[in-house]
Ligand binder design. Structure first.
Ligand code: GLU
Length: 282
């Protein structure tokens, strides 16, 4: 099977060397396998995304020497598709409306009688209450019902694994999808969540290998559950170490010292970036 890798940044800031690391690993893997490399713009959060950051992604990656397939897919152009998939899940009884606000959840967490995990747990609302909320045009998110997913999948739900390629070869890691609780698949503001859009796009774009930071390792467990529910084939996952700043902390987009654009403007070149990174072969 042809290897297809991807880099899927969100245009919410300028890219830093951590992004360069992820993009280069994915690009190199595709080249080494004579495969394809896809760039995808993950801009569902329109309140935080900006056109100048998107332009910055293209400039920074070109400067690093990367090339990618055209046209580049933007998630903001695919909202109808995500909504169609949400409707499908709704018809199957797998998602429910959640009207809770951030404040409700914070208050629940402070409530002494609730176990910490219970505070996060949402439940479908009684139909009459839901009808009142809808009539009052209250905003809501769509949450995946883990208990319904378990009912639909039976034993598969608990035995679900994701395939991970590590230094020592391929391993099957337990998904433990239930630990995520009833995650949001349809956001109140934008209509689709990262988990939903990322899984559907990776599948539609035929991505065979998803390589991203180890902070997203657990998310692979949730993503394979979504693949299973949609009856799609999941990719192989790989995880790379996170690049930290001089203070040992994870890099943020606002950290200008590690910002690719700033480095370029300071006269540094792509080799200076690569010199700061660990091996690109995982
Ligand atoms: N847009 C996500 C990010 O920038 C991508 C995560 C992923 O690679 O799945 O963190």
């Amino acid at each position: 099977m042809e290897t297809v890798t991807r880099f899927a940044p969100s245009p919410t800031g300028y890219l830093h060397i951590g992004h360069a690391y992820s993009a280069l690993i994915n690009f190199d893997q595709a080249i080494a396998a004579n495969g394809r490399f896809v760039l995808r713009i993950e801009d569902i959060d329109q309140t935080r995304c900006r056109p100048e950051y998107e332009a910055g992604i293209f400039e920074d990656l070109s400067w690093l020497g990367l090339t990618w397939e055209e046209p580049v897919i933007r998630q903001s152009d695919r909202m109808e598709l995500y909504e169609a998939r949400l409707s499908e899940l709704q018809e199957r009884g797998l998602i429910y409306r959640c009207f809770k606000t951030r404040k409700d959840i914070e208050e629940a967490m402070r409530a002494p009688h609730d176990a910490p995990t219970d505070a996060f747990r949402s439940r479908p609302m009684a139909p009459i209450e839901e009808r009142d909320n809808l009539a009052a045009s209250k905003p809501y998110a769509w949450r995946l019902s883990m208990s319904e997913a378990e009912t639909v999948l039976g034993d598969v739900f608990t035995s679900l694994t994701f395939v991970e390629e590590t230094k020592t070869g391929k391993v099957e890691s337990p998904a433990y999808a239930g630990r995520f609780g009833d995650v949001v698949l349809g956001r109140k503001d934008s209509g689709a969540s990262y988990h939903l859009s990322s899984v559907l796009d990776d599948s539609d774009q035929g991505i065979t290998h998803v390589t991203r930071g180890e902070d997203l390792r657990d998310a692979a467990g949730l993503h394979v559950l979504l693949y299973k529910l949609f009856d799609l084939s999941p990719p192989v996952y790989r995880h790379h170490a996170l690049i930290t700043g001089k203070d040992g902390k994870r890099l943020a987009k606002r950290d200008h010292t590690a910002n690719l654009r700033a480095m370029r403007e300071n006269g540094q070149n792509p080799n200076d970036v690569k010199a700061l990174l660990p091996s690109l072969t995982l």
